[in-house]
Design a protein around this ligand. Sequence first.
Ligand code: NAP
Length: 487
Amino acid sequence: MENVLSALHKDRAYVGGEWVGAISGAVFEVINPSSGEVISTVPDMDDADVRLAIERAHAAFPEWAARTAKERERPLKTWAKLIAENVEGLAAILTSEQGKPLADARNEVLFAATFVEWFAEEGKRAYGETIPASQRDVRFLVVKEPVGVCAGITPWNLPSAMVTRKAAPALAAGCTMVLKPAESTPLSALALAALAEQAGIPAGVLNVVTANRGNARMVGQEMTSSPLVGKLSFTGSTAVGKQLIAQCASTVKRVSMELGGNSPFIVMADANLDVAVSAAIFAKFRNSGQTCIAPNRFFVHADVHDEFVSRLLRSIAKLQVGDGFKAGVSLGPLINEAAVDKVQTHIHDALKRGATLVAGGDRMPGTGHFFEPTLLTGISPQMLMSVEETFGPVVGVAKFLTEQELIAQANATRLGLAAYLFGSNAACIQRISRQLQAGIVGVNTGAIATEVAPFGGYKESGLGQEGARQGLNEFMETKFICEAFIA
Ligand code: NAP
């Protein structure tokens, strides 16, 4: 396994520019979800380790913040270049700990690099403004300043991209960061930190602390209560996000929350079904359905329902499930046993309430958390899979007849991350896309995530945005300087 993991495999955390163990000496195991093998151990850190990392980030802040944006750009650009150059090693690490097919892992790594490259540039455009003053002999200036030390907490489903989508804008803005990756996927974050070190990002500017699930709450508590931390940027479930928002209240920290989704996928009667089916395959089955923007509820117009389902079925039949290192595999395993249980529960619940199973429906035999690509029809709003994120390779289709009924159902959720809309009538697309309560709407496409556009949710899917100039602004304070001239 060591060969597969490559030279970028780090089994220590990165704090203050040093590769360290936990103060307690504890470690935890990182498991390959395809084989169940232990691929590494990493430090099991707790509040004492996090406190130290915050202090190191606090000590590094003044020098990093004082640099010009152009001075920060150089090491950040080098970091982006090193990530892209090391795509093979990083992808191997990602597939080993997360399970996704190697080709998808490569795409994620290159996507991760785009955030670093883009924000390295965008740091130079953190413009303030001059406001015409309301009195003579006075100047009104608005300037942007870095928030300070930022804490980042990331999930396991995109273990590289979620790290750089936070760290790159934070560092470009002049902030320093202490980041905790998910228990299941710490190795990708550590490998990225190793490349940041090689790129010349100074000690203490980016710190990665690792902890198992048992310590996550303690780590979060330290991050959210520390007066040295100015902001928390979190990506993960809505339930944990709510807890962290409440914890941040005690020190009035800035928060960015990228939380769960329950995205509708809408196929109108005049949609190009080939386009809709290939987008459904991409958006739903990528990462075995384990993305926050994966379509979770399919609404297909009654006129094209049967044709859409039969074309989708033909495409699903071509999907290959297996170890992400095997050539030709399009779906890797689910992350763990709990994920398999959740998917199975959603399917059983739907069948019990009257859905029809068209394909799949079960876990695969043998080791690993593999699940069959599954297709159900006759989905109703009360079913668990309509109410919660399934986070697995399951398409559940419901029929609709009128636009009014469609909008009401699509918006009947407290979540509002993404929505997908397929159709050819421009006026109808305009009308529906404006009525959907979602932060991102894909029209006739399933590919909606890019570093150049804002990514964030409505309602309980989040607060703030990542990517684009909005993503940089999340790591900056706005200061008004009111300057009177004395003769
Ligand atoms: P999760 O259970 O909320 O965990 C996310 C991160 O928070 C992990 O690092 C986790 O550590 C940590 N954590 C858990 N409990 C914590 C606590 N009490 N205090 C501090 N940290 C805590 O979510 P997940 O299962 O890893 O990720 C899947 C979820 O993320 C889905 O809901 C998905 O939609 C969402 N997501 C959203 C976006 C977006 O951009 N909106 C992107 C990707 C994923 P452990 O791993 O050790 O538990």
